[in-house]
Design a protein around this ligand. Structure first.
Ligand SMILES: Nc1nc2c(ncn2[C@@H]2O[C@H](COP(=O)(O)OP(=O)(O)OP(=O)(O)O)[C@@H](O)[C@H]2O)c(=O)[nH]1
Length: 619
């Protein structure tokens, strides 16, 4: 186990003036992990020979145990001008779904490395992360990566970056995370440019939680940055948002293995273990203090993560319902943002309505449920949260379209996002057209360089969650990048469309849509179901309706399926066998009023694969 290298001061005895806390922010694939690996190697935290093996081993363990044990913050020694410094490199979750968590991680740093691929230039996530870093007043070190690539255009993109953050193109560092070129200079610049943390050493301890992960063996591991005072081992600590107290079983730093220490002092970054089993008891953004003579004022704002997107999750095999409940419970131990409650649907049986931070979060959870827990699931179309004000001024929060209130509605509000799209300028028209059809309103447009452009839109979140990204990729041949952040709610002309089979509502297909799109939705769903529902012994009308007004109709014609028709003659046992067989088949049928529908039909109708068209992924 690599110990903290001998030239680095011990935790809790480090002079804050020698500490530098920084993170690397980048668009996906611009080389953040590779650069981090190179830094670990150069600072001697991981030996050259072990580098590859070590990281692959780790991933195996992660896979086997199904947990994330990747270090959230690594302590590295670095000598600059003959003085031993401590660099804490803090990892940030890269995606917009986890913006709150990103901003907490950034709040634990004083500076950041803004890494941009020298062959690609600035992308949407680069900007989103940059803005967060600016909000947190971080010192920004602009760096171009992959300068070894033949396709690299360092001059062009250095100018782009310099223009964006307002510096001289000559100040943009150039590195190759792959070959290691320029990385030493970068580490020196981190020491030179990033300010040392400041805090009051003899005040009551205040430490900010910037991450907490669940480990099957050790319970919750909480990552903190100590802002004031000192946390010592075996102390009793208190979570300031809830007042809950815990004994500190272990305190230490990652270097990159967990290395226990006596304590953590001002400006230091490390981990705490208290034996709690549920990440919700150790929330990102909360402040930790001592129980005795603790601080009275928590650090900066603490927010509960708020689910933005909801979907119903149902086991395809109804007997897997308890397994699904157990699996969700387990995932929640490591994911404070995951919320769920039981729900029943006439069409799909017993399941859960699950709330997610965004579409990526939904996909990750769904995939984990299927892969790690072996569940076969059907998910209803994702929907956002609507606020409905009735004429009598009562307010309703709607997370499930089938629960949309009936009666006199005054106003329906939906969440809107501010989206940033970056693409080569030849695609401006295509992007504008797409945003237009998704009810977007343009806020501005800037040229990043002569042939690349940034477009800013506000868009209803509901228009983005479904297949916006896929449509964008296919219209721009994969060249556009997208990022967005919630910016509140807006009133819109929204209506609920119900789908009725033989006069009975099918809850799983109710949707809240803009009134201009209600007709198209109704026609599409009715046509889809007509294909999928087998003929019955009577005629089955399929209708789409807004309230009591029918907006589309299809009909499944009647058929009499007489299984005995071939059995003239009188073999009673044969007849019985056939009737038994027919009964078996009916077990997999769901009854909607009088209509029998095979569950497969619901599943097929809900899966977006059957849609085709622009929505499908052409990555
Ligand atoms: N040629 C070259 N390739 C690089 C360099 N840095 C990273 N790469 C490659 O770029 C790809 C993405 O690198 P990662 O380090 O995984 O990027 P990342 O930003 O961490 O990506 P995510 O973890 O997916 O967000 C990998 O195939 C790397 O090998 C570089 O300096 N030169």
């Amino acid at each position: 186990m690599p110990a903290i290298s001998s030239n680095a001061p011990e935790p809790s005895r480090t002079d804050p003036a020698l500490i530098r806390n920084f993170c690397i922010i980048a668009h996906i694939d611009h080389g953040k992990s590779t650069l981090a690996d190179r830094m670990l190697q150069l600072t001697g935290v991981v030996e050259q020979r072990q580098m590859r093996a070590q990281y692959l081993d780790r991933m195996d363990i992660e896979r086997e145990r199904g947990i994330t044990i990747k270090s959230q913050a690594v302590r590295m020694p670095w000598e600059h001008d003959g003085t031993a410094h401590v660099l804490n490199m803090i990892d940030t979750p890269g995606h917009v779904d986890f913006t709150y968590e990103v901003s907490r991680s950034l709040a634990a740093c004083e500076g950041c490395v803004l890494l941009v691929d020298a062959a690609q230039g600035i992308e949407a996530q680069t900007l989103a992360n940059l803005y967060l870093a600016m909000e947190n007043d971080l010192t920004i070190i602009p760096v171009l990566n992959k300068i070894d690539l033949p396709a690299a255009q360092p001059e062009k993109f250095a100018a782009e970056l310099a223009h964006l953050i307002g510096c001289d193109p000559g100040d943009v560092l150039r590195v190759s995370a792959k070959t290691g070129e320029g990385v030493e200079t970068l580490l020196d610049e981190v020491v030179r440019q990033v300010p040392a943390p400041v805090g009051v050493a003899d005040a009551p301890a205040r430490a900010m939680i910037f991450d907490s992960v669940y480990d099957a063996y050790r319970g919750v591991v909480t990552y903190v940055k100590v802002v004031d005072g000192r946390l010592g081992k075996r102390e009793r600590i208190q979570m300031m948002s809830t007042g809950a107290t815990h004994e500190l079983l272990e305190i230490g730093v990652n270097s990159p293995e967990m290395t226990p220490a006596d304590g953590l002092a001002v400006g230091e970054v490390g981990y705490l273990i208290t034996g709690v089993k549920d990440v919700r008891q150790s929330k990102v953004g909360d402040t930790v203090t001592q129980q005795r003579n603790g601080a009275t004022e928590p650090l900066g704002g603490y927010k509960d993560p708020k689910p933005m997107v909801f979907s119903g999750l149902y086991p395809i095999d109804g007997s897997e319902y308890p397994a699904l409940r157990d699996a969700l419970e387990k995932l929640q131990l490591n994911d404070a943002a995951l919320v769920y409650e039981p729900e029943t649907s006439a069409a799909l049986g017993f399941g859960f309505r699950v709330g997610f931070l965004g579409l990526l979060h939904l996909e990750v959870i769904r995939e984990r449920l299927e892969r790690e827990f072996g569940l076969d699931l059907i998910a209803t179309a994702p929907n956002v949260v609507y606020q409905v004000t009735m004429e009598d001024r009562s307010e309703h929060t709607v997370t499930n379209p089938s629960e949309f209130p009936t009666g006199k509605i005054d106003e329906v509000r939906e969440p809107v996002v501010r989206a940033t799209l970056i693409a080569p300028s030849e695609f401006i028209g295509a992007i504008m057209e797409l945003c237009q059809t998704r009810r977007g309103s343009m806020q501005g447009m800037d040229y990043l360089s002569e042939d690349r452009v940034e477009l800013r839109y506000t868009l209803p979140l509901a228009e983005i969650v479904f297949d916006f990204f896929d449509a964008l990729k296919s219209k721009t041949r994969g060249y556009a990048s997208l990022d967005y952040e919630p910016v509140g709610e807006e009133a819109a002309a929204l209506v609920k469309v119900d789908i009725l089979l033989h006069g009975d509502k099918v809850d799983a297909f109710s949707a809240i849509v803009h009134k201009d799109k209600a007709y198209a939705y109704g026609v599409k769903m009715a046509a889809k179901l007509r294909e999928l529902i087998p003929r019955q012994q009577f005629e089955v009308p399929i209708q789409a309706a807004i309230g009591s007004r029918v907006i589309a109709r299809e009909t499944v014609r009647a058929i009499r399926k007489d299984v005995l028709s071939k059995c003239y003659g009188g073999d009673i046992s044969r007849k019985r066998k056939l009737l038994e067989k027919q009964k078996e088949g009916k077990k997999r049928m769901k009854m909607v009023g009088r209509v029998e529908v095979p569950q497969e039909a619901f599943i097929a109708a809900l899966s977006s694969d059957s849609e085709g068209g622009e929505g499908k992924n052409k990555k």
